[in-house]
Structures are given as C-alpha cells and as structure tokens.
Design a protein around this ligand. Structure first.
Ligand code: AHR
Length: 519
C-alpha cells in the first residue's frame, strides 16, 4: 500500500494557547437502567478476496521470506489478535457471488479471474482450509457468504457439508483428506451479497424466492454449532427490500426455513458516486463533511429498525451492518479496482462514532463488519511487502475491546455544537457501558478539531477514585500512519480523577478516549 503523506496540517489547538469552547460537557450515566448487551459481533471484520488484502496482506505462502505460519503472515496475525475480532466475513462482498468453493480445496487449487475486482488472476491458494487456519490463528469465528448469484443451493449445501459434517460423509472425508478430520464451526452464513446489485441484480421477489431455498437446504451439520443465517438486506434507505425479506420470514411456518439476521450495507461516501474525496491531505471542511455523512448511519438504522419492528416486534432478527466504513478515492498510483486508501485520524473518529451508534441500537444491531480488514477501504492494517502499519481505525477497535459484550448504560448530555462552513455537528459524543467484569467504561469523542473539551462524567453509585484508559489524537485530522512514520496516530495512556462519583477530564481537539473506572 502506498502511504500518502499529509499535505495540509490543520491547527488542532493542541498548544497551550488553544481556547476552550464554552462550558463543561456534563455526561450523566444511568447505571440503574441497563440496556442490551453490546454484542461483541458489532466489532466484526470483513476480508474479501479483493486487491492485496488476502494475497499479500494475509496470505504470503509457506515459502515466503515474510515470516509466516502455514502461509499466513505472523505480523498481521499478531496485530489482529489484539483486537479480539469476533468474526471475519469471507470471501466477499461481490466476490462471494462468483466464488466456487471447490476451487480452494484439495492439493491443487484452481486459479480464476477475479472479474469483480480488476480481472486479476486469483490463485485461490487461500481457500476454505486456509481461512479456518487464519481464524484459528487470530482467535475468531467464521462468517461465510455463500454464492447465490452464480452458484446453486446444492453447491452451497455441499460447501457447508464439507466444512461442518461430523459424520464420515463423502465431503467430510474430502475435508479429512485435506488435513482436517474434525468438523469446523461456522457461526454465520450470509445468503448472498448485495443481490440487488453485484450479487445478481435481482428484484426483491427474485431474491426472497432464492433466500427461502438457501435458508431451508443449506445447513450446518456440526451439532456443536448454532449457525445464524443472514439474508441480504438493503444498501441504504431502501424499505421495499426490507419489507420483502421480513415479510417472507414472517410467512414461514413450522420447520420450512428460518433466518436470524438481515444485512444492511452503508458506506460513508461524501460528494456522490464514485468516491472521489482524497483519504488524506484534506481540509477541515472535508473533515466535517465526512463526519456529517457518517452520522446519517443513526437515522438509517432507526428507519430500517422501524420497518423490521412491523414484522418482528420482539427483535428476533438482528440487523447486521456487515459493510460499513469510509470509502474514498483510490490512493494515487494504486489500481483503482483494489480499493486502496489511506486511513487518517478522521477515520478513527468516524469509526468511534459508528461503533457508538451501533451500541445505542444494541437491541437490534447485534453484528457489524467494517469494510475491510487489510489494505482495502477503511482497513485495520496496511502492508507493503514485508512492511505493515496499524491504522488509526485499528487503534480505535483496540481501545473499544472493553465494550465487547458489555451492557449498554444510558447517558444524558448536551453535546453542544461544532460548525465548519455550512456543516454543524454535535461537538462531542459519549457512550457508557458496564464491562463483563463489572467495570464502568466510557468512550468520549471530541469531534471539534479546534477546541479541547472539558468533560465531567457522573456515575451514581460508583466508589471509584480514578479512571484510566487510552486517548487517540494527532496534530492534524488528516494525520496518518505511514510505513516510514508508523506512530503518528497512536493512542496514549490517560488517567482521570474521580471525586464523589464524577470523573473530570479535559480532552484534546479531534480525539477519541476510552476510560475504565477503577473499582
Ligand atoms: O467492500 C467493497 C464492495 O462494496 C463489496 O464487495 C460489495 O459488497 C460492496 O458494494
């Protein structure tokens, strides 16, 4: 990945002379009305066979000089392990609907042209067994997208049998011959991808007819599994598609079929399609424009949840935001079909704002997968040959680990406002939860790139006298980590005092901070 260097340095007010915007931000946490569990699966990832993500970014092959374990890069695995990634969606994306799983098993994998992404040769060296090895190495669960567009129900059912059969069927014996006698576990199965577009340009009626059959006949045969099936949902605010999927689900009867989730895809693209905003070297106005765009995720989830509520008031079906993130212009000099872009402090803030939105909708949004993991779109990591760098988005995901499976706690605060040109945004954003081990954890985002923010966080009933955590900021909102300068945007330890149940802290402009109250 070519690392662009920031061309414009914005004044962030980190200097002593910086003026504080008016007044404290008083955040009141209400531990007496706990909400839903913030499912760890909202921190899921997406690794499509696209560009240099799998080939180069994850898979280098056993004979590579880049240190690897059975062909999978050790540096990437070590970095990803720290994120406690709950699941990895694979092989697509658009690629899922052209993927034929038999190309990626056995002694000789079949090369194919990746017509979804740049017509490049895909060796399929990374196939099913390599995917599960990767999951095993990073400590994650499987989310496979089966081919609905150019595949068949039979092909998908066979793939599931190959992966999960615990009895000696022909396909289980094939898996054993490939080196894995024990069945794999599959946690999630996506029934196609964007079937309204690259997945086959289907109408809602065409898709739901296929969905019924895939949901009925493509099954997990590992008794230890509780596979969740996820239907294709809308891309953006389309309600006709959601109506069709939810109505079809509602009409099921007996053991005809079931689904447990419906996807939603929504990228942050400012200025229209195709994405043309640079991922670095931008001015403050474009920082604000992009964040304004990303905050639309909140209304989109409200809108889609309202449609789902009509059919499913008990919220049995999860809304799975399995493609989200910023999508910018291709990095200069890169193959445009490889979707390579830089990742700045703006993206770290954007990630935090979206994770907070998902957490606030934890009763319905029980899974999300950022697009994508390595070298593609808003990635965690970028690689170039043997080099690897962690992005600001990586660090936000790392800081948010305490929120995984934590219990949402309501917060009340007046966010104030931050204005850039014609754009006015909430100046701050806050999230609170009780961690699995009983600690209060808060995330405080200062969106304003020009002023620090003085926060107080009141937690009735806490006996904590201190809090500690990590804070991510940088000199400029377009600061990036590059291979030559990998530590430009890295979190720093912070601590705060807590007196009479109230934490006080001043946070720099354009920053994300996660603090745990010490018990
Ligand atoms: O993430 C890149 C692409 O965006 C995916 O392949 C597709 O599902 C979406 O349109």
């Amino acid at each position: 990945m070519r690392a662009a260097v920031s061309g414009i340095i914005l004044s962030l007010g980190l200097m002593a002379s910086a003026a504080h915007a008016d007044g404290d931000i008083a955040v009141n946490v209400d531990p007496s009305h706990p909400g839903s569990t913030i499912d760890r699966h909202i921190f899921g990832q997406f690794a499509e066979q696209l560009g240099t993500q799998i080939y180069g970014g994850i898979w280098v092959g056993k004979d590579s000089k880049i240190p690897n374990t059975r062909g999978i890069r050790n540096d990437v695995v070590a970095a990803l392990r720290d994120l406690h990634i709950p699941d990895v969606r694979w092989p697509g994306g658009c690629y899922a609907d052209q993927y034929h799983w038999r190309d990626g098993i056995g002694k000789n994998h079949n090369a194919r042209i990746n017509t979804s992404w740049g017509d490049v040769l895909d060796s399929n060296a990374f196939g099913t067994n390599q995917y599960f090895d990767f999951l095993h190495q990073i400590g994650s669960e499987a989310y496979v997208s089966v081919n609905v567009g150019s595949g068949t129900v039979e092909e998908a059912a066979d793939w599931m049998e190959y992966m999960t059969a615990d009895k000696p069927t022909a396909l289980a014996r094939l898996r054993a011959a490939d080196g894995h006698p024990a069945p794999y576990s599959v946690a999630f199965m996506g029934i196609g991808n964007e079937s309204w577009d690259c997945g086959g340009l289907m109408t809602p009626t065409e898709y739901t007819a296929r969905m019924r059959r895939y949901a009925r006949f493509v099954n997990d045969l590992n008794p230890a599994d509780k596979l969740q099936k996820i239907a294709v949902g809308p891309g953006g605010p389309d309600t006709a598609w959601t109506d069709a999927v939810m109505d079809t689900w509602k009409q099921r009867h007996g053991w005809s079929f079931d689904i447990q989730g419906m996807s939603l895809h929504s990228y942050t693209v400012f200025g229209g399609w195709p994405p043309h905003m640079p991922s670095t070297g931008f001015a403050e106005q474009d920082y604000a424009n992009v964040l304004q765009e990303t905050l639309k995720m909140n209304a989109l989830i409200d809108q889609q949840s309202a449609v789902m509520d009509k059919y499913d008031p008990d919220k049995k079906i999860a809304l799975v935001v399995d493609e989200w993130g910023a999508w910018y212009a291709p990095a200069p000099g890169s193959n445009p079909a490889f979707l390579q872009q830089q990742n700045s402090l703006r993206d770290g803030i954007l990630a935090a704002l979206n994770l907070n939105i998902f957490a606030r909708h934890a009763d319905r949004v029980r899974m999300a997968n950022i697009a994508q993991m390595v070298n593609v779109l808003q990635s965690m990591l970028m690689t170039d040959g043997p080099k690897m760098v962690k992005t600001p988005t990586y660090y936000v995901f790392k800081m948010y680990v305490p929120f995984q499976d934590a219990t949402y706690l309501p917060v009340a605060y007046d966010a104030g406002s931050y204005t850039a040109g014609s754009v006015t945004l909430p100046r701050v954003d806050a999230l609170a939860a009780r961690t699995k081990d009983g600690k209060i954890v808060v995330s405080l985002v200062n969106v304003d790139p020009d002023h620090p923010a003085d926060f107080t966080v009141a937690v009735p009933g806490t006996s904590a006298s201190s809090a500690h955590g990590q804070m991510l900021t940088a000199k400029a909102v377009d600061s990036v980590n590059s291979f030559s300068s990998p530590d430009t945007v890295v979190p720093k330890p912070v601590s705060a005092s807590v007196a009479n149940g109230t934490l006080s802290i001043t946070l720099p402009p354009a920053s994300v901070t996660v603090l745990e109250m010490d018990k």
